[in-house]
Design a protein around this ligand. Sequence first.
Ligand code: F6P
Length: 343
Amino acid sequence: MRIGLLTGGGDCPGLNPAIRAVVRKCEVGYGDEVIGFLDGWRGVVEDAVVPLDVERCRGILPRGGTILGTSRTNPYRIENGPARAVETIERHHLDALIAIGGEDTLGVADKLGASGIPVVGIPKTIDNDLSETDFTIGFDTAVQIAVESIDRLHTTAESHHRVLVCEVMGRHAGWIATYAGIAGGATVILVPEEPFAIDSVCEYLRHRHCAGTYASIVVAAEGAKPVEGTLALVAPELDQFGHERLGGISTVVAEEVEHRTGYESRVTILGHVQRGGTPSAFDRVLATRFGTAAVDCVHDGAWRSMVALHGTRVERVPIADAVAKLKTVDPDLFRSVAEVFFG
Ligand code: F6P
């Protein structure tokens, strides 16, 4: 078979291990040929391709990023985009296209799949907000990076008796904030799913500081929102998929905290540090399992399916179900576990 492969959307650690796994399983397992599209859907629309083989994939297992490049190109927002994508796939006589992406990239894959393109999906996003899979590639590494940073923030917060607000990624889902906050011993965690009352945040901080420990870490997802009408926020820009470009809630929170409590506060926005560098062992294994399973889907003709982690098993789910709605933080995890440690 001839198989096309792309990585789309925001990059994350673990993409290269997934590429390597697809290529290895194709070439060694089935005798397939693989071509890579550059920069996600841009490469499909503009016919930008590179050959991929086991040799090309040597040494990429521990490398962050993606050797194919990525972009947030949406063919459905480009004139004749979908038709040009189909032409490229036909020009290269592809029998299948494997898309490694989050909700946007896989949403496009499923739309093309509905028009007859044989597609299979692999879930990745540091945000872990794709439905129908317990974990996505990149999440574990991002949490690890955030926790290492929070551990460092603790010691400087303690030395200076400060409140340090650490902003992590997560536009609509606070998975990174929740996991990193629990693992990093945050005094309070702010997530998009649970609008926060700044009064309660200050109460938690006062409680901790009155107990004699004048140092706190607040972990805030970039998409964390105050209870409506309580704090003024600046309106963000939108990307090609209509998503808000966020960043800055932590500054608002830190200023309010300092103003209301008198505790000196500082901000650390981790930003793209969370998406860079070497993938964790968990992400390498997950990507390897997903990549090999996706090639099996191709050979079984399981079109429009996405490989997914359910407990310890890799299974197949319809891409349509995975992208139908975002997987937000389990309220039980937040309220029954994370909140127990607030204050
Ligand atoms: O890929 C998801 C994500 O990392 C979000 O958490 C974040 O809001 C966004 O990407 C940032 O996108 P960009 O790198 O395009 O600014």
